[in-house]
Write a protein that binds this ligand. Structure first.
Ligand SMILES: [Zn+2]
Length: 311
């Protein structure tokens, strides 16, 4: 089933290849899903090196996040989706590894990053600051959302006095946000008002978050090409966070919608506190969301009995 063909919203547009879709928005928020595509057109050769697996249901999840934000705030965020399967294009890599020599894949790559630049430009024209969230799916055992700030799994566990050394924030994807927030970098990363903290309060286990720790042998995605190049590591533009979502929050529509609502709700205090911006709450339905059902269950074990094939 070609989900992309059936669910194309009228307010979106595509690049010339037809493989990259952009929904312009009005919030200071940009979403993207580089690895959720399902299309495997014959005109593109298969990629042969690097990761090739799709992040299942992340295009759907990003759409549901957009819908949840629109319901919550009355206006939508920007959204860019790559409909090509990862075996044809990896839109979260530099162009050489991404397209592996295919001219069509290279063109799609330019469309993807061009739309992200356009979205970023549209945000910066209207707002002093903004946030870019790159949506992925991981298959690690622990059913927690891994928030990537370009810091390694050892670094996110550093004590506050070490995390708060200026050079640490300076090599993160939220470098500008650190300068803007009244909270120190350690709190911005894993305090109660960090994105991980705010999501956990809404029933979504995260790392980094207050009290969350990495066990020996745990895998953790700390952010990729998109987070690096479209975030504020370079000192300008949007801040960026990579969202690596576990199967528990992406395989079923109700779970995806619960996560999307929790995110939409968490971003209001997040923007208020750190960006010092009030997101426009204009929707009559704009109410704080109820916590995700089952929030109190163990984040490390729930969902593991689904025995789904590895993605
Ligand atoms: Zn991915």
């Amino acid at each position: 089933m070609a989900w992309a063909e059936e669910k194309t919203a009228p307010e979106s547009r595509k690049g010339e290849t037809g493989y990259i879709e952009y929904w312009p928005g009005e919030l200071p928020i940009v979403l993207s899903a580089p690895h959720g595509g399902r299309l495997i057109p014959k005109e593109l050769p298969n990629r042969t090196t690097g990761r090739l697996q799709r992040d299942a249901f992340t295009a759907e999840l990003a759409m549901e996040m957009r819908d949840a934000l629109q319901r919550r705030y009355g206006v939508a965020p920007h959204l860019v989706i790559c409909h090509l399967a990862r075996v044809k294009l990896d839109a979260n890599r530099e162009i050489k590894e991404a397209a592996q020599g295919s001219a069509v894949a290279e063109k799609a790559w330019h469309e993807y990053h061009g739309f992200l630049h356009e979205a970023e430009g549209a945000v910066m024209k209207r707002f002093p600051r903004g946030l870019y969230l790159d949506v992925h799916g991981h298959s690690h055992e622990k059913q927690q959302v891994e928030l990537g700030y370009l810091l390694g799994k050892d670094e996110i566990q550093w004590p506050p006095q070490k995390l708060n050394l200026p050079e640490v924030a300076a090599r993160s994807s939220i470098r500008l946000l650190d300068q803007n927030s009244d909270e120190d970098f350690a709190a911005l990363l894993k305090g109660p008002a960090s994105l991980g903290g705010l999501l956990e309060q809404r029933g979504v286990p995260c790392i980094p978050a207050p009290g969350a720790h990495v066990d020996p042998g745990d895998l953790y995605f700390n952010g990729g090409y998109n987070t690096e190049t479209h975030g504020s590591l370079d000192g300008v533009g949007l801040d960026a966070i990579q969202l690596e979502v576990p199967r528990k929050f992406r395989n079923e529509k109700t779970d995806r919608e619960a996560l999307a609502r929790a995110l939409a709700d968490a971003l209001e205090p997040y923007f208020q506190k750190h960006f010092k911006m009030t997101l426009p709450v204009t929707s009559p339905n704009a109410q704080p969301q109820a916590p995700v059902p089952g929030a109190a269950t163990s984040s490390a074990t729930s969902g593991l009995n689904q025995k789904l094939p590895s993605r």
